[in-house]
Write a protein that binds this ligand. Structure first.
Ligand code: NAP
Ligand code: MG
Length: 403
């Protein structure tokens, strides 16, 4: 059996706990036997981050900038309990936050669909990819508790002089609250580009919902910038792919999402994305079936599972017990990264391998062979579940047959 050659390096970021255990198995059983690949490896496990004063995370992000594609295992974001548990020098920041700080960009999440798990919304047949604009709005707001009568104004004072712009928010006669928020044209434009780039990658329509009938200036700006960037930079390529950009009011978007069959990318303002991504994750079935990708404005891609390190399962594993932990999102992080690598390298055979891997994994579940979390939501209910390693070996055997 000759291996598939991957031309350029892929940045690999190892992680923590149960996902680290599965990561190793996935590589050993599902990747290395089939691929001739150069992995630029960074150990983002908590111990190594501590040892390197977190420099390793910065180096990994720089490597993604160089090679354009990375795949990341889930990692511990330490709080005080973890500082004690691992005897850490300090409470290191979230690696995802650090990497995003360096690359910029937008995180898209999409569910892995299998025919024997029915989404809570009956009409959904295809994944809904959701992108959240993780900048500004209410997450960077300022608020004042108004104690009693007085005037609340919105004031902008231009740098270097000029008349300030003032608007009355409210003339208070009794106690209340006020809030100020902002956004940046540059951030909205980066968000729009990431959405259109990833929409084109997935060959799906891009939807944006906002409330520009009420918020003519603020939400209106999102609509304007998206429309302009679409027309100027993406319309031509979208036309060729047979996809389009669709703007609608946010309430109409939500109504359509619930009635539609999925198969589009939903660009969400910050708050909408926060709320809707959790709704979609739970309506599609399971966190263990949700993948995530960071797309930077320069076209760098970082793939990962949306879930964490599955700490509870890891403690069982450490105690010598067998676990039934679902590796699907990890596997799809690898297949997503390989597909992108193949695309950028002009190596369709790498994309074909990614597809084979996904098909093998999905067909295992559709054959009724799955981990415990899936048994709870699959129809018909399988009579038993597989352990983590049994499930990975089952996928490996399917993959070998198809390879
Ligand atoms: P988690 O790892 O996502 O797991 C929460 C629960 O969801 C698990 O206990 C398990 O439920 C279920 N679950 C998640 N993934 C599963 C899988 N693959 N297979 C089966 N069940 C799965 O969240 P957490 O336990 O709250 O967080 C653990 C650590 O992960 C934290 O240190 C956090 O900082 C980190 N984290 C990292 C990332 C990242 O790197 N992107 C994201 C989130 C959290 P049951 O226990 O009921 O079986
Ligand atoms: Mg949320």
């Amino acid at each position: 059996m000759s291996k598939v050659k991957v031309k350029n390096p892929l940045v690999e970021m190892d992680g923590d706990e149960m996902t680290r255990v599965m990561w190793k198995m996935v590589k050993q059983e599902l990747l290395l036997p089939f691929l001739d690949i150069n992995l630029d490896y960074y150990d983002l496990g908590i111990e190594n981050r501590d040892r390197t004063d977190d420099q390793i995370t910065v180096e990994a992000a720089e490597a993604i900038k160089r090679h354009k594609v990375g795949v990341k295992c889930a990692t511990i974001t330490p709080e005080s309990k973890r500082v004690k548990e691992y005897n850490l020098k300090k409470q290191w920041p979230s690696p995802n936050g650090t990497i995003r700080g360096i690359l910029g960009g937008t995180v898209f999440r999409s569910p892995i669909l299998v025919t024997n798990v029915k989404p809570a919304v009956r009409s959904w047949k295809k994944p809904i990819v959701i992108g959240r604009h993780a900048y500004g709005d209410v997450y960077a707001n300022v608020e004042i508790a108004v104690p009693g009568p007085g005037l609340a104004e919105l004031v902008f004072s231009p740098e270097g002089g000029g008349e300030p712009v003032r608007k009355t928010i409210h003339k208070f006669a009794s106690p209340g609250v006020i809030q100020g928020m902002h956004n940046l044209d540059s951030s909205i434009a980066d968000f729009a580009r990431a959405c259109f780039m990833y929409g084109a990658d997935c060959k799906v329509d891009v939807w944006l919902g906002a409330k520009d009938t009420i918020s003519k200036t603020y939400d209106g700006r999102f609509r304007e910038i998206f429309t302009r960037i679409y027309e100027q930079e993406f319309k031509e390529s979208f036309d060729k792919l047979g996809i389009t950009f669709f703007f609608t009011l946010i309430d109409d978007a939500v109504a359509r999402v619930m009635k539609g069959e999925g198969g589009f990318l939903w660009a969400c303002k910050n708050y909408d994305g926060d709320v809707m991504s959790d709704m979609l994750a739970s309506a599609f079935g399971s966190l263990a079936m949700m993948t995530s990708v960071l797309v930077s404005p320069e076209g760098c891609y970082e793939f990962e599972a949306a879930h964490g390190t599955v700490q509870r399962h890891y403690y069982k594993h450490q105690a010598g017990e067998k676990t039934s932990t679902n590796p699907m999102a990890l596997i799809f992080a690898w297949s997503g990264a390989l597909r992108k690598r193949g695309e950028l390298d002009g190596s369709p055979e790498v994309g074909r391998f990614a597809q084979l891997l996904e098909t093998a994994a999905v067909s295992a579940i559709e054959d009724g062979l799955m981990t415990g979390d899936m048994v709870k939501i699959a129809e018909p209910t399988p009579s038993n579940f597989l352990l983590t390693d049994e499930f990975i070996l089952e996928i490996a055997s399917k993959l070998k047959k198809k390879f």
